[in-house]
Design a protein around this ligand. Structure first.
Ligand SMILES: Cc1ncc(C[n+]2csc(CCOP(=O)(O)OP(=O)(O)O)c2C)c(N)n1
Length: 799
């Protein structure tokens, strides 16, 4: 504080010291909380010793003991100084008014006390999350400098931001209550409903994010990329076309490949002058749990990058954060270009309840951080401006503490989720009737005519799998103006296998486009586009390349509805060219692992084999994405893309005519329904994908030997058609599973489990591919499921 200000406040240095000591004590109080929490690494903290409980009543931190209270100065008048104008800048040259600063100070205070409350609740086993926001309360000014309608994906230390957004709502929301309910995993919590402690609210445009560091960044890039596009395409846009997207993270997170990839994609787009209004904020406290970020690293990594404008502010100085955010946001909004806002901060009170900081930081270093406590920073601003006296600051602090901790005691016992049904409810809502209706709805005749260039596919004669998917995508794009198709090589080239050929010419680069070579960004784009109200259909070029980005489906796409009770959705149909049997072999173009998809709760995994099934199933997936917000993986067998024949060269047994729209309803394939080929009574071959082609050929051979086999094509790997499996298994009493995926973690395991669960009493066996990667050349055949293996197993089964 300046000397002049000292004089203005009557030289109240003693009072100021008291304020600072008092705030410091709130940190110390937090440091003494060592509840028996297990978080993240399973580390157990020491037994709770704080706060004491008196007759079941909450006894608050020791800092409120009478001795300390007596030491605190009373609220005093402002030493005869005329009251300052609250409408004036809180500091000369700042756009932050005193009035606004006071409001933000209240949010900061409440945020601080919510951290104390979190630890208290944890010590009572009434709360389950202790990662706090202390030291980061400067992010209150971020919220104040943005528009309430700007979508925000927040770092977990953004409590003050959330409280400000809540206060901005009309009528204002009870932000403190929301956060407390989240800490207590209460069913009444407004976004995750007790499923996790997240910061989010549909009315506040705060989109909940997962705990996986930086994993929300690709989605944020995708949202920024599609905001304007959604408006142009006439989608029922959730956000105004001039909104900007905020995504914040910590300093250690900047190093994560997900963040690095997302920042690169943002800059790559900006470099090409593609609109991407994204403000990335790094709340840099210099440390990630216990690992220090080298001083200067964040600035070195983020500044001076082409396509990414860099801003910096002192995160402990509310006015600086406010002014710098205003400048950064204005730049992003006007330029529609991304910026990186770097806020220097401190982390007070350790990473979370279970991590005693003293294990890896010197006491002097921890104490030094208190000098940059943003609460003291704001108190200084307000005192210097003559808006509060130190005593009034203390009063405000005490009032906030009483309010927040009182609310914590009130909400500690709020009811939690008690049944699996309740937990699961938002995971994968399914409305089969709406899906059936959506799947049968074509575009108008004129739109179809235009899209197909006058050559309607139903008149084109039998077509291959690739042609059927291509025609279905064309029809869907013609019917749905908000649908996008994108990925590597999908536009100009029309896909490696020609599946998307002609779509760019028919629908233009606004809806069909090539992306940067980064699967995380491709899926992130889909995540953002879905949020923005569009229907994204990204392509992953090969199944092997899904795995380096799988978290964008597993951790992000599949969880959003779960953690937001369906208030935010990211519908999508991810097309993935997959499976083996491409002549030249080699793992990367012949990946046969779907285990990583099958266990994702709520995910629909479609695995078509025949052209007619592929067309109908793709329509079902698109309709499910629209009606239910479903996330669908559509795994296409590359080896069957251009297959024509089944039993003999030239028989055309794998080509099927395309259904005209009037037959779509009758041909609808509901999610989770299998298809039976043949009616043999000796055994049931259960299969999918390339296995269907192999099994139908095997069945033909077996028939010639007098063995009657029926073949069940699963079509859906998740949810598995358990009813159909059981019915067809029971019909013959013998089940042979022909599984082209690996023995371990392969689909056969799930089919066997479904049979056991369903009480099947007949015989069951399986043939599958080896637990191996697929080698190059002829050796591939040595490890893959073969027609001969299916025939041999069938013969031995039937005896
Ligand atoms: C992908 C991933 N790896 C590891 C973790 C465990 N983890 C949680 S917080 C954290 C440190 C993050 O540090 P930083 O980004 O600097 O944010 P801060 O906590 O300091 O605010 C780590 C490693 C995680 N959540 N996600």
């Amino acid at each position: 504080m300046s000397r002049a200000a000292d004089e203005r406040t009557g030289g109240a240095a003693q009072e100021r010291d008291a304020v600072e000591r008092h705030f410091a004590r709130s940190i110390l109080a937090m440091l003494t909380v060592t509840p028996d929490i297990s978080y993240g690494n399973g580390e157990q903290g020491r037994q709770a010793s704080f706060p004491p409980s008196v007759d079941g009543q909450a006894a608050w931190p020791e800092e409120s003991s009478p001795a300390w209270a007596a030491a605190a100065p009373p609220a005093t008048a402002r030493h005869g100084v005329a009251p300052a104008d609250p409408g004036a800048p809180v500091r000369p040259g700042s756009a932050l008014t005193g009035e606004r600063c006071l409001e933000l100070f209240d949010a900061q205070l409440a945020s601080r006390h919510l951290d104390v409350a979190a630890r208290w609740l944890r010590s009572k086993n009434a709360g389950f999350y202790t990662i706090g926001s202390s030291g980061h309360e400067g992010n209150a000014a971020l919220a104040a400098a943005l528009r309430p309608g700007d979508p925000a994906l927040l770092h977990y230390r953004s409590c003050a931001f959330y409280l400000v957004r809540a206060a901005q709502a009309v009528p204002p929301r009870d932000g403190v209550g929301d956060v407390l309910l989240g800490l207590a995993a209460a069913e009444a919590e407004p976004i995750a409903g007790g499923r996790h402690k997240v910061l989010g609210h549909a009315d506040l445009n705060v989109i909940p994010v997962t705990s996986t560091i930086a994993s929300h960044l690709p989605r944020a890039v995708g949202l920024a990329f599609t905001l304007g596009r959604a408006a142009r395409l006439g989608a029922a846009a959730r956000w105004p076309a001039d909104a900007i997207v905020l995504a914040s993270m910590g300093d250690a997170s900047v190093n994560h490949s997900t963040a690095a990839g997302a920042l690169n994609t943002a800059a790559y787009c900006a470099y090409q002058r593609l609109p991407l209004p994204l403000l990335v904020v790094c709340e840099d406290n210099g440390i990630g749990i216990s690992v220090r970020t080298p001083p200067g690293w964040v600035a070195a990594a983020a500044s001076g990058r082409t396509g990414l404008r860099y801003f910096h502010a002192n995160g402990s100085d509310l006015a600086d954060v406010f002014d710098t955010t205003l400048a950064a946001a204005a730049w992003v909004r006007q330029q529609r270009s991304p910026a990186f806002l770097h806020l220097s901060m401190v982390r007070l009170g350790g990473h979370a309840g279970a991590y005693p900081e003293t294990a890896y930081r010197q006491a002097a270093e921890i104490i030094a951080d208190r000098d940059a406590d943003p609460l003291i920073g704001t108190a200084r601003l307000l005192i210097d401006a003559g808006l509060l006296s130190p005593g009034e600051v203390l009063d405000r602090y005490e009032a906030s503490r009483a309010e927040v901790l009182g609310r914590a005691a009130e909400l500690a016992g709020a009811p939690r989720l008690t049944s699996a049904a309740k937990v699961l409810a938002p995971l994968a809502p399914r409305r089969p009737d709406e899906v059936a209706a959506g799947a049968a709805a074509p575009g108008g005749a004129a739109a179809r005519h235009r899209a197909f260039g006058g050559r309607l596919p139903e008149s084109a004669g039998p077509m291959t799998l690739a042609q059927a998917i291509n025609a279905t995508l064309t029809d869907a794009l013609a019917a749905r103006p908000g649908m996008l198709v994108f990925g590597e090589d999908v536009a100009c080239k029309g896909g490696v296998y020609g599946v998307t050929r002609g779509l760019l010419a028919a629908f233009g680069a606004g809806r069909v486009f090539d992306t940067v070579l980064d699967e995380q960004s491709i899926l992130g784009l889909a995540l953002g586009a879905g949020l923005a109200g569009l229907l994204p259909v990204p392509e992953i070029q090969y199944l092997a390349y899904l795995h380096n980005a799988a978290d964008q489906i597993r951790g992000e796409a599949a969880t959003l509805s779960f953690f937001s009770q369906g208030r935010y959705r990211n519908p999508m149909v991810v097309r993935i060219a997959g499976y083996a049997y491409q002549g030249f072999g080699g793992h990367f173009h012949n990946d046969n692992s779907v285990a990583a998809l099958r266990d994702i709760p709520g995910l629909i995994v479609a695995s078509p084999a025949r052209p007619d099934d592929a067309a109908a199933m793709l329509r079902t997936c698109l309709a499910a994405a629209e009606a239910d917000g479903s996330v669908c993986a559509f795994v296409e067998p590359i080896a069957l893309y251009h297959a024509r024949d089944l039993l003999a060269a030239g028989d055309g047994g794998w080509k099927v005519s395309y259904d005209p729209p009037e037959r779509w309803a009758a041909g609808h394939v509901p999610v989770g329904r299998a298809r039976t080929h043949g009616d043999g009574t000796d055994l049931t071959i259960v299969t999918f994908g390339n296995g269907l082609w192999l099994s139908l050929r095997a069945a033909d051979k077996l028939a010639a030997e007098g063995i009657g086999a029926r073949v069940l094509d699963l079509r859906w790997l998740a949810p598995l058609p358990a009813e159909d499996i059981l019915a067809e298994a029971t019909a013959t009493g013998r089940v042979l599973i022909a599984d082209e995926t690996r023995r371990t973690g392969g689909v056969a395991e799930a089919v066997l489990a479904a049979l056991a669960d369903g009480g099947f009493r007949g015989r069951a066996a399986r043939v599958a591919s080896e637990d191996s990667f697929v080698p190059l050349g002829d050796a591939a055949a040595a490890v893959l499921l073969s027609q001969q293996a299916i025939e041999a197993a069938a013969r031995s089964m039937v005896g």
